[in-house]
Ligand binder design. Structure first.
Ligand code: GCW
Length: 681
């Protein structure tokens, strides 16, 4: 396969002789329970992995016998004597969980992979392959794992013409023209990659939706994809355009309280389930950025979401209703609007509705404080929406390891039930005893040979999946796993590249949006810097709205003397954010408008400190380049070169950000650059 195509499923050969020997002894004779297409998919994956890692294939047996050194079967298929040996409480596994354990059975070591359900076996096999890719000994292995979140989902923003909104890795994978007959191998490999990290849901189409996806001509094609994804435990969701009853249904209205509209959705849902019996449900962007919605008819988000929920309920489907709303008619702080619109509806949504909320209150910035809604809707299943595609983080050109960002958000404390009420607990449902939980990531995947454009952007897909499975995982563990599975087992390489990845997120914050600055991107494409006044009509689409720089100072006052957005957080937090002395400096200008000579904690003035942060970002990219060049010997020249070239662009653009922002802000601060900050060239 072309470079990077295999993602983290390269299954590189085991080189350490002792470990190779151990594995060869372990995998002498494998009993793999026969069964449906899901078990077959799992068995195929194990075969591929073992063949590549061990160079030779052991016997796979369909009949259990005393020679078996590996037993892979559901609990219901294990003999009671073996179960006894295993001594494991299967209740904790649920449907998706698995256990991998080596036991002494009839005087032989037997490695067991077991689960309650087929899907647990699939995840268990990927878990086993992961252990081998991590070069873990299996001699005394005892690993049990189960996901902490129900819906672990990718949101593709793919249009039917195969362009991808905010996509930087080629065109959409979905070849609508050739579907349903032509099944691209990529669909299968995509499903494998997702299953390997536990992703179990995908929404195929852009949230800025085209109603045509709900017509039979397309449903047939979606059905074909569903068939490919099913053995890998992946359910399909579709984006539902709220005005679809008008556009494809011939009705005059899409009013959710209109009986004809309700009937239309009931009929449509039934039709979809005829094609796809395990259809997941709808993902809806309504009354946001010009998309139609219930408010067009004077109805509320609850009216809209519940109307669709009722249609889906009989079939077990869900509505994922997005909370990313802000309006040109609302002149209050944009950061406050979603909370204002949604929090009063807490407890009013039907049971199969999840409200999907972006990690921050503005829009996928390099850094934002967590969205205050996460601490304010205890009666509603809140689903996290992260952006894996790097709309505001240098597209697929800049190396930025996003699990650092995800972790920061998930570890944030909402204080909604006192200290320790983290966002992770809200998402995992443990804080408010939620039965339905979810996490979505806006995909960064396209037709590029390596799927994601930047080879390191693969780590963001990988890391998202791992954190959706377990929101308490830390980013360092994820980086470690990914490097080993993707690049190399060499400890020097791993140490160096891990530290490069872990600093990369702070670097991008520093050279783009330090000290809580946000949305100072060039208008429309959001790639380079553009803090100056833009041509756009809506004030909140104008970067000056966000930084509010003037001769006196810079920043957005969101304290009670300003927009009072801090009041949307728990009182403990609001208090911390309201005082610039206690407000974490990474959020300083998010919450405060401060004079240019305001003293930062390190003693620098705000102007000097800001300039030094921009410089630090540039320097961090320089260090990344040194690290990468020093690691050349551990990878192939091609692997080295592609990232080397990308890092050169990143460095040039980090300087561009620094120079553009500092020159612009300097027109207000009217101060010289401090020592240590390079002058624009
Ligand atoms: O981040 C903004 C993007 C839009 C996107 C929107 C959303 C799909 O600039 O391209 O539209 O958010 O999340 O709905």
């Amino acid at each position: 396969s072309p470079p990077g195509y295999d993602l983290w499923l390269g299954y590189s050969e085991i080189e350490e002789p002792a470990l190779l020997k151990e594995y060869q002894n372990t995998f002498k004779s494998i009993y793999f329970q026969n069964g449906n297409e899901m078990l077959h998919a799992a068995e195929r994956e194990l075969t591929t992995g073992i063949k590549k890692m061990l160079r030779k294939l052991p016997d796979f047996e369909k009949l259990r016998n005393s020679e078996n050194t590996v037993v892979i079967a559901k609990k219901s298929n294990l003999e009671s004597s073996l179960l006894k040996r295993l001594a494991f409480d299967f209740d904790q596994l649920g449907a998706d969980g698995f256990v991998i354990k080596t036991v002494l059975f009839e005087r032989k070591q037997v490695l067991i992979v077991t689960a309650n359900e087929d899907i647990g076996i699939l995840y268990g096999v990927f878990g086993l392959l992961n252990l081998m890719q991590q070069r873990e000994s299996l001699k005394h292995i005892m690993l049990s794992d189960a996901p902490k979140v129900n819906i672990r989902m990718l949101n593709h923003w793919d249009n039917l013409d195969r362009t991808v909104e905010r996509g930087y890795a080629g065109f959409s994978l979905w070849n609508w023209q050739k579907l349903p007959e032509y099944i691209d191998q990529r669909y299968i490999d995509y499903a494998r990659a997702n299953a390997s990290i536990g992703i179990n849901a995908v929404s195929l189409t852009n949230v800025n939706a085209n109603a045509l996806i709900l017509t039979p001509a397309y449903l047939e094609k979606v059905q074909a994809l569903a068939k490919v994804f099913r053995p890998y435990g992946i359910k399909i969701y579709l984006t539902a355009r709220f005005s679809a009853p008008i556009e494809i249904g011939g009705l005059e209205t899409a009013d959710p309280l209109d009986l004809n509209v309700q009937n239309w959705w009931h009929g449509k849902v039934k039709e979809i389930y005829d094609y796809i019996p395990d259809f997941g449900g709808f993902l809806v962007k309504a009354n946001s950025e010009g998309q139609p919605g219930p408010q067009n008819y004077g109805r509320s988000h609850v009216d809209g979401a519940n109307m669709m929920a009722m249609a889906l309920e009989p079939f077990g489907g869900n509505v994922i209703w997005r909370a990313f709303v802000y309006s040109e008619h609302d002149t209050s702080d944009r950061a406050k609007q979603a909370y204002t619109q949604f929090v009063p509806f807490d407890g009013k949504f039907r049971d199969n509705v999840l409200v999907q909320t972006k990690n921050g209150a503005i829009d996928f910035q390099p850094r934002e404080p967590f969205h205050p809604m996460f601490g304010a809707m205890p009666k509603t299943p809140l689903m996290m929406e992260f952006q894996i595609t790097q709309e505001y983080l240098g597209f697929s050109t800049h190396l930025v390891f996003l699990p650092k960002l995800f972790e920061e958000v998930l570890h944030s404390d909402t204080y909604s039930k006192g200290k320790g009420s983290t966002v992770a607990k809200v998402i995992a449902g443990s804080l408010n005893q939620k039965k339905l939980t979810g996490m979505a990531g806006v995909a960064n995947i396209g037709t590029d040979l390596n799927w994601t454009g930047h080879p390191f952007a693969q780590a963001n897909w990988y890391g998202f999946g791992r954190m959706a499975w377990d929101p308490y995982l830390d980013s360092e563990t994820i980086a470690n796993e990914w490097i080993k599975a993707t690049y190399s087992q060499n400890p020097n390489f791993i140490t160096a590249i891990k530290s490069m990845m872990l600093t990369s997120r702070e670097a991008v914050v520093n050279y783009m949006n330090p000290l809580g600055l946000h949305h100072i991107f060039d208008t429309g494409h959001h790639y380079g810097p553009g803090p100056w006044v833009s041509e756009l009509s809506r004030p909140e689409w104008n970067p000056v709205y966000y930084h509010k720089a003037d001769e006196k100072g810079i920043g957005f006052n969101r304290t009670p003397s300003g927009s009072d957005a801090t009041a949307q957080y728990a009182p403990e937090l609001a208090k911390i954010f309201n005082d610039p002395k206690t407000c974490p400096e990474e959020y300083l200008l998010w919450f405060h408008h401060l004079p240019w000579d305001y003293k930062l904690k390190n003693g620098h003035t705000l102007w000097d400190g800001l300039a030094l942060k921009y410089q630090q970002g540039v320097d961090q990219v320089k260090t990344m380049i040194v690290t990468w060049d020093d690691s050349k010997q551990y990878i192939t020249p091609e692997q080295h070169n592609e990232v080397r070239m990308l890092l050169q662009i990143q460095l040039r653009e980090a300087k561009w950000w620094r120079d553009a922002c500092l020159l612009y802000f300097q027109t207000f601060s009217k101060q010289a650059l401090p020592e240590g900050v390079n002058k624009p060239t």
